[in-house]
Design a protein around this ligand. Structure first.
Ligand SMILES: Cc1cc2nc3c(=O)[nH]c(=O)nc-3n(C[C@H](O)[C@H](O)[C@H](O)COP(=O)(O)OP(=O)(O)OC[C@H]3O[C@@H](n4cnc5c(N)ncnc54)[C@H](O)[C@@H]3O)c2cc1C
Length: 443
């Protein structure tokens, strides 16, 4: 069932006030481009295509920002692929340069969108730190720092003392600071993009799930109460894409969870001593991410992902994972054992086999999907990449289009592969966590 604006605020803790949804599509209309999905991909596409003079109709099944864009952790970071050393092994020097240029451009583009459209989304350009929770992870941090230095990226390797001096919590024993980017309120950012798209003249139809795309010139896109006839269609549905009956093998839909504490008092904040306010994600195989919010809560999560057989939709949260996240949080932050957990929530990500976004076109149907949980920057640049594709320009997306996208295997092999990989990665992470739990906290 489609959610209303009021329901949106129930699935995301990032906003307290609901926005009124736009009316659904009714009857037959025409446009130059129909965009399916109103997250960062669809909304940035609407902004970029309006700038280029295209008539745009955006069709959103729920309310803009209902998907991962309204619920994510809000780390604006330059992460691309699994990590930089793996990226170099997979793609070699020359192509990695293109991918780094793409991700750096994506961060700058978000900052530009925030400034140009005056989006009030609590953006703090404090950077993000890849952090270790135990010396066993230090070699991984060092390798990330070395790889970044090789490509001239402006990072900083921090030992335990430097971490404290930068204002990072004691849970983290070493880190690599990526200064470009920071943290923001992801739902307010999505709403800001929605406003920017509307102000630019895009027509946004909410509660308008696309049921069918008829290929042809023009293509015909149908919702329960209307159709759009259009020369071009943009698929901007990321983790929900398989439900359109297309591109399902481009990646795996995984469910990710987060938790949020109650606001920390000044005294609790002093105990944590996170005055640098940088976002943090750990060097685990399945990373943990941590950040402070504008009202000084801690948002923490990832760490454990779920895959549902067939890539289907499951409940947003799983109580076993909620409990696991809570116990991990308590282990990392014993100094604030008195802070309450306010809520748990979750959302879907879409992960390709090489962890890179999948951008391209099949005749007049274009797509930008599979951001592997790093779409705040990458999906925000999708609009520019789609405009480049439509206008025959090269642009930053060329670095992504130059590779062959490997299809994920069909079921039951996909499910078995996930289970196998998850077991191995969880085993490695558990060993680190056990070691961290028995480590004295004197650093
Ligand atoms: C818990 C969590 C934490 C995350 N943390 C971070 C982070 O800190 N940093 C980061 O960079 N990335 C993060 N991500 C990833 C990031 O949120 C996504 O990559 C990004 O939001 C993808 O944007 P999108 O517009 O492509 O997809 P979405 O935001 O998912 O939008 C897709 C839209 O399509 C709509 N839709 C689906 N089917 C249809 C249909 N048939 N017809 C019409 N509309 C349809 C959906 O309702 C939805 O609104 C996180 C993701 C999750 C789930």
């Amino acid at each position: 069932m489609a959610a209303t604006g009021a329901e949106l605020s129930l699935v995301t803790p990032w906003v307290t006030e609901a926005v009124e949804s736009n009316p659904p599509l009714r009857g037959e209309i025409s446009a130059d481009v129909a965009i399916i999905g109103a997250g960062y991909t669809g909304l940035s596409a609407a902004v970029a295509l309006r700038r280029e003079g295209f008539e745009v109709a955006v069709l959103e099944a729920n309310t803009a920002g209902f998907g991962a864009s309204g619920r994510n952790a809000g780390h604006l970071s330059p992460t691309i692929g699994k990590d930089l050393p793996t990226l170099i092994r997979l793609f070699g020097d020359e192509r990695v340069r293109g991918l780094i240029a793409f991700t750096e451009a994506a961060i700058s583009h978000v900052e530009n969108l925030i400034e140009t459209h005056e989006i009030a989304c609590d953006y703090e350009p404090v950077g993000n730190v890849i952090a270790a929770v135990h010396p066993r992870q230090h070699a991984r941090i060092d390798k990330a720092a070395e790889a970044a230095a090789k490509y001239g990226l402006p990072g900083e390797l921090l030992d335990a003392d430097a971490m404290r001096a930068k204002g990072l919590p004691r849970a983290f024993t070493r880190g690599y600071l990526e200064p470009h980017g920071g943290i923001l309120n992801p739902c307010l950012y999505a709403r800001g993009l929605r406003e920017a798209a509307i102000a630019a003249g895009a027509r946004i139809y909410e509660n308008s799930p696309v049921m069918r795309i008829e290929e042809g010139e023009p293509a015909v896109v149908s919702t329960p109460s209307g159709t759009v006839r259009c020369p071009h269609v943009v698929i901007a549905t990321n983790a929900y894409t398989a439900s359109l009956g297309r591109l399902g093998s481009a990646g795996m839909r995984l469910q990710v969870q987060l938790l949020q504490t109650e606001p920390l008092s000044d005294e609790q904040l002093a105990r944590v001593d996170w005055h640098g306010r940088q976002g943090v994600y750990t060097a685990h195989e399945t990373l943990e991410n941590y950040r402070l919010t504008a009202d000084n809560r801690i948002v923490f999560g990832s760490k454990k992902v779920r895959y549902i057989f067939g890539g289907g939709n499951g409940p947003d949260t799983d109580p076993v994972i909620s409990e696991f996240l809570e116990s991990t949080f308590r282990a990392r932050f014993p100094e604030i054992s008195d802070v309450g957990i306010a809520r748990h929530w979750g959302g879907p990500i879409f992960l390709g086999l090489d962890f890179l976004p999948v951008v391209g076109r099949n005749r007049n149907i274009l797509h930008s999907i599979a951001y592997a949980g790093h779409g705040l920057a990458h999906a925000s640049l999708a609009g520019e990449m789609i405009a480049d594709l439509l206008l025959g320009r090269s642009g930053h997306g060329a670095a992504l289009r130059e590779r062959r996208v490997l299809p994920t295997p069909p079921e039951p092999f996909r499910w078995l592969a996930f289970r196998g990989l998850d077991a191995v990665l969880s085993f490695i992470d558990r060993r680190v966590d056990r070691a961290a739990a028995s480590m004295p906290r004197d650093h």
